[in-house]
Design a protein around this ligand. Structure first.
Ligand code: EPZ
Length: 438
């Protein structure tokens, strides 16, 4: 792979998007103040902040610390124009039900990665005594009171688990949730609520017990690092056969990825919050990777792994078991020269492929990140349209990649040769530009 720019150096992992969003919603449960440290400055967080402000919450940033003053929450309605911007808006149902016993909102949006119903969320609310009224556009849920219940999820759902926990905080008595999601972001939400004063027991095997009606207090909480962002940088280093050190990396939450990383030939060293990776030996294809609920391999890293598999020697196969339409990144990767076949829930990737830079379009957040990895590896210029998807979840992805030795530029960025930001340069003659398009 002539002309590859090695990445080299250290990168600090941002706070977790998928922990920050439910925790921001949870702040509504307490008529007081919440301060969240290490809060990622990404567009999904700003959307959630805007919705909270429209409900009467006073917000204030100091660096990466976000103050949420929820003493005055006057509203319980959220327009579809806001809820359709992201999936996590649905979590305001649980917290508004808990705070106001009423919520009127549009349906959630979010990445188009398959059918994303909210039937489990609604099932829990009605089991707790709420009434729902849907007209296909708006969702209205009211409750005279919320009863603690014992409920076993028919399938694991991160969001439905989080919504159930949020509603249970205001329930009467104990709520016992079985077959609940065990993702670290759910654990972070429970840690936050415990710090706020909620009694929660977590057996670590998918059963959560929440005691409703606890006295809540003001709370300060540090958002944990984002395991998917950490995985993104590890996989970018793998594609580029580079040595990258991740600071504030949640290594214990990345066991499934680190196992695969070793299989492909990577080496790593964990010391405290630092994860040193050495990808110089990466070359072996992965016979079969299956995505699954935590602690399985995360579906959110599946598109990025697909991009790395294009660089490996041999046939790799990936099975997507969580979402029913999450192979969309295969199309732009094939446009760049990747050899990928999709058969039902399997993707078969032949490598190593010679990827040529061209104009491609990010279809969703993680597909966009996968295209950044492919663009790093490709020869020639790659332009990634719709990069606003990427900015929903990554605070400083292209600055970080530039600091590691890559070259990335958003089209509306000024080009200053003295600065590290610039266009992707494979070498002096070829470039890969990353253009943001409206
Ligand atoms: C969360 O989405 C994450 N988003 C997703 O990350 C992540 O991919 C997903 O969990 C799985 O880990 C946030 O936390 C904001 P689910 P969520 O409910 O809660 C089905 C990213 O890139 N289901 O666990 O929507 C559903 O269709 C995003 O950061 C129902 O059938 O995921 C899916 O097949 C993408 N009925 C499966 O469960 C329901 O009521 C898992 O979905 C709810 C879900």
């Amino acid at each position: 792979m002539q002309g590859k720019r090695e990445l080299q150096g250290e990168v600090a992992v941002q706070g977790s998007k998928n922990a920050a969003l439910p925790i921001m919603a949870a702040a509504l449960l307490h008529k007081g103040s919440t301060v969240l440290h290490n809060c990622p400055k990404i567009s999904d967080v700003f959307v959630m902040e805007q919705i909270l402000r429209q409900l009467g919450v006073v917000t204030h940033w100091e660096g990466h610390s976000l103050l949420l003053d929820c003493r005055q929450v006057c509203g319980y309605s959220i327009p579809a124009s806001e809820t359709e911007k992201m999936r996590a808006s649905v979590l305001l149902a649980g917290s508004l039900l808990g705070r106001k016993k009423c919520v009127c909102m549009g349906y959630p949006g979010g990445c188009v990665i398959g059918h994303r119903p909210i039937d489990l969320h609604l099932e829990v609310f009605t089991r707790m005594g709420a009434y729902k009224d849907e007209d296909g556009k708006q969702l209205k849920i009211t409750a005279d009171s919320l009863q603690g219940i014992r409920y076993r999820f028919p399938k694991v759902s991160v969001g439905a688990t989080e919504n159930a926990v949020l509603a249970a905080v205001a329930g009467e008595g104990w709520t016992i949730l079985e077959n609940a999601a065990r993702e670290p972001e759910v654990t972070a939400l429970c840690s936050f609520l415990k710090k706020m004063g909620v009694r929660i027991e977590n057996d670590g095997r998918g059963t959560l017990c929440i005691l409703g009606g606890c006295l809540l207090s003001d709370v300060e909480f540090a958002i944990p690092p984002d395991r998917i962002v950490a995985g993104t940088f590890l996989l970018a280093g793998a594609a580029m056969r580079s040595r990258i050190t991740l600071l504030q990396a949640p290594s214990r939450q990345l066991n499934s990825l680190l196992t695969l990383y070793k299989k492909m030939g990577g080496q790593y060293l964990v010391s405290g919050g630092t994860l040193e990776t050495d990808s110089r030996g990466v070359r072996c294809a992965l016979p079969l990777t299956e995505t699954g609920v935590y602690p399985g391999f995360p579906t959110d890293l599946q598109p990025l792994l697909m991009a790395v598999c294009c660089t490996l020697q041999g046939e790799s196969r990936i099975r997507e078991n969580v979402f029913d339409n999450r192979f969309r990144v295969a199309e732009p990767l094939k446009k760049m020269g990747a050899k990928i076949k999709i058969r039902d829930t399997y993707a078969e990737i032949q490598g190593p492929a010679v990827l040529k830079g061209c104009r491609v379009k990010a279809m969703d957040l993680r597909a966009g990140a996968a295209l950044v990895i492919a663009a790093l590896y490709a020869e020639g210029e790659t332009i990634i349209d719709s990069c606003e998807y990427i900015e929903r979840g990554y605070e400083t992805l292209y600055q970080d990649i530039n600091l590691l030795g890559g070259r990335i530029r958003k089209e509306n960025d000024s080009i200053d040769e003295t600065e590290t930001t610039g266009i992707f340069e494979k070498n002096q003659t070829e470039t890969t530009g990353w253009s943001a398009k409206e």
